[in-house]
Design a protein around this ligand. Structure first.
Ligand SMILES: [Zn+2]
Length: 193
């Protein structure tokens, strides 16, 4: 399955806490057939035809484009879980990383080992444990979209594109996290670091 997916699709899945094993290739199946088949095989995502809006191919079990709206992943994905939404920083790279994980220490070790932004000095600046962390993360990342940095890192012998790096100040990242609807008040209630 991995070979069928683009780097962008793999990165999207990774951010949902999903992987190639969660995907069923339905491109040669009729809709009524794969709607049953995806449940029987217990897969979360269908690889289907391109969506009209963005040309995305990843679909929910109900056929909605999950890349246009990741809230369509209503089950099994990490959106349902309580996780940490974190801001990490590297002084050396002068970069901020926004991400979601279950285990902060393990994640920091991992991003240092994988040398995100070509740095090994990542530290957690701020973290909050919340429900639907992945959904909020996406909003924070898009608020900071104009600070995006395109960088690569190595994972299990293959080059991955990092989509969570931003070149902005800590206060700009914190501001993006506390701005708007559900993020409101997050900082004062849950601040850890
Ligand atoms: Zn789409």
């Amino acid at each position: 399955m991995r070979d069928e997916l683009t780097a962008d699709e793999l990165a999207f899945l990774l951010r949902q806490g999903l992987g190639p094993d969660d995907v069923l290739d339905v491109r040669r199946m009729t809709r009524s057939y794969w709607f049953q088949e995806i449940k029987r095989l217990n897969k979360t995502i269908a690889l289907g035809s391109a969506c009209k809006k963005g040309g995305h191919r990843l679909r929910s079990r109900k056929g909605h484009c999950v890349q246009c709206d990741s809230s369509k992943i209503a089950f099994a994905g990490r959106h349902d879980l309580t996780q940490y939404l974190y801001i990490a920083g590297s002084l050396r790279a002068r970069l901020i990383k926004i991400g979601v994980c279950k285990d902060l220490r393990q994640r920091i070790r991992q991003i240092c080992t994988e040398r995100h932004g070509d740095a090994r000095d990542w530290e957690v600046i701020y973290a909050v444990e919340i429900e639907r962390a992945g959904e909020i993360e996406e909003r924070v990342l898009s608020r900071l979209g104009h600070f995006a940095i395109h960088s690569h890192y190595w994972k299990n012998g293959s080059l991955q594109q990092s989509i969570e790096l931003r070149r902005c100040s800590i206060s700009q990242a914190l501001e993006a996290m506390s701005a708007g609807d559900r993020g409101e008040g997050l900082l004062s209630r849950h601040q850890l670091a």
